[in-house]
Unconditional design. Structure first.
Ligand SMILES: Cc1cc2nc3c(=O)[nH]c(=O)nc-3n(C[C@H](O)[C@H](O)[C@H](O)COP(=O)(O)OP(=O)(O)OC[C@H]3O[C@@H](n4cnc5c(N)ncnc54)[C@H](O)[C@@H]3O)c2cc1C
Length: 379
């Protein structure tokens, strides 16, 4: 894929902003499990909150590659900050593509301005892999909808004003509903205590006789599953970029540390086994980046089965790379890799969830294989 000079300049701006305004607070955000408020403020300097959305709604009209670069560079220094950013984008994707203009105008401009956050709500206590098995129900009332059910593991819970909720509208049909945190019958359940990504709150949503006006359904109330599948084809590359950013950050830290740490009277970077590990880390990072950027091209051509397969491949490779590279970065720091004075232990904890969310990597492999066997190559 061709990276334009404009994209390169954008990456430089992102790198400067992330290094100066987000990185200094990343350890405290993780330690205190608090929102990355400094990062949220810094996003405003490059208008990142609205980057994917049309200018008519207050957004920046940025292409997918620009979004990827933004997530990558923020995640390189702070996984939690990148999560807060990308979850709002993911949550508004079905609305931006399929929602009514009135519903878009109600929600999108405040998110673009950084005044409001949004959450993407699929998973339930009964499971996350089987999307068609969800139990949250939406029933028509005389003048709108009533939601009943519960969602689990929802990122940015509490901070978000808006929740894009997939709910069952019939035995085989689903709708996406935009729920505001002040809507009657909506409440937030317990918060999870997590291994990583501790700066983004995660928790349950409860819908008990939650009453919504008619206009809060996104597009067709029977097409929600299809909307979400299409949105995931676009959001999986964002999650991949986050994993890639974590891997790049860990690689950079490992190279820096091994260049200065001395043993046997010489920097440990002089030892061949250390150099070999660093080289393998760099190879994995660049291979992941190449597949992700290729995926961006494929997704831009058409949001079809092929694009879905690419999105799953990129998500799997980037997150497996993030896990491996962050573990190796800890190894290359020796004992210091295991303590909190160095960022690599946080990066390792943050990386793990990238193999689990947006569909586990087992599910991604099933999707890739399904596409392969749909059209087996002819002899
Ligand atoms: C920190 C965090 C934040 C999250 N944020 C969000 C969010 O914002 N919004 C949201 O909707 N969800 C979110 N999730 C939920 C996440 O997407 C789910 O946890 C994930 O999809 C897996 O679902 P599950 O936990 O129910 O596991 P299960 O579906 O119960 O899976 C358990 C195990 O079985 C495997 N498995 C299941 N089915 C198959 C199969 N057919 N073949 C092979 N293996 C299979 C899985 O890969 C997994 O290893 C978040 C999760 C975490 C931990």
């Amino acid at each position: 894929m061709t990276i334009t000079a404009e994209h390169e300049e954008f990456r430089r701006q992102l790198r400067r902003m992330a290094e100066s305004r987000i990185k200094p607070h990343a350890a405290a955000v993780d330690e205190d499990a608090r929102l990355p408020s400094e990062a949220i403020e810094a996003f405003g300097t490059l208008s990142l909150c609205g980057l994917p959305f049309p200018e008519s709604l207050g957004g920046g009209g940025g292409d997918l590659l620009s979004q990827i670069l933004a997530v990558e560079e923020v995640a390189r220094v702070c996984g939690s900050s990148s999560l807060v950013l990308l979850i709002s984008w993911a949550a508004l994707t079905p609305l931006a593509w399929f929602g009514s203009p009135a519903l878009q105008r109600l929600i999108v401009p405040d998110v673009c301005a950084g005044r409001h956050g949004a959450s993407f709500c699929l998973t339930e206590p009964g499971g996350g892999s089987d999307l068609r098995g969800i139990k949250t129900r939406a029933e028509r009332t005389a003048d709108g909808w009533r939601l009943e059910g519960r969602k689990r593991f929802i990122s940015n819970v509490g901070w978000s004003h808006w929740y894009a909720v997939l709910a069952r509208t019939g035995p085989k049909s689903f709708g996406v509903f935009m729920v505001h945190r002040d809507d009657p019958g909506f409440s937030i359940g317990h918060h999870e205590r997590k291994m990583g990504m501790r700066g983004s709150p995660t928790g349950d949503l409860i819908f008990e006789n939650c009453v919504l006006p008619e206009g809060r359904v996104v597009g067709d109330a029977e097409q929600g599953h299809s909307y979400m599948i299409q949105a995931l084809t676009y959001t999986r590359p964002l999650v991949s970029a986050q994993a890639l950013g974590l891997a790049q950050g860990a690689l950079d830290e490992a190279v820096l540390y091994t260049s200065t740490r001395e043993q046997f009277g010489t920097p440990v970077s002089e030892f061949q086994m250390v150099r070999g590990m660093a080289a393998d880390m760099a190879i994995a990072v660049e291979a992941s980046r190449a597949l992700l950027y290729r995926t961006v091209e494929v997704v831009a051509e058409a949001n079809d089965d092929r694009a879905r397969s690419f999105a799953s491949m990129a998500k799997t490779l980037c997150s497996d790379t993030a896990m491996k590279v962050t573990v190796d970065a800890v190894q290359l720091h020796g004992g210091y890799g295991y303590i909190k004075d160095y960022p690599v232990e946080r990066m390792m904890r943050d990386a793990k969830v990238s193999q689990i969310w947006e569909g586990t990597n087992q599910i991604q492999r099933l999707l890739v294989a399904k596409h392969l066997y749909q059209r087996p190559p002819r002899a």
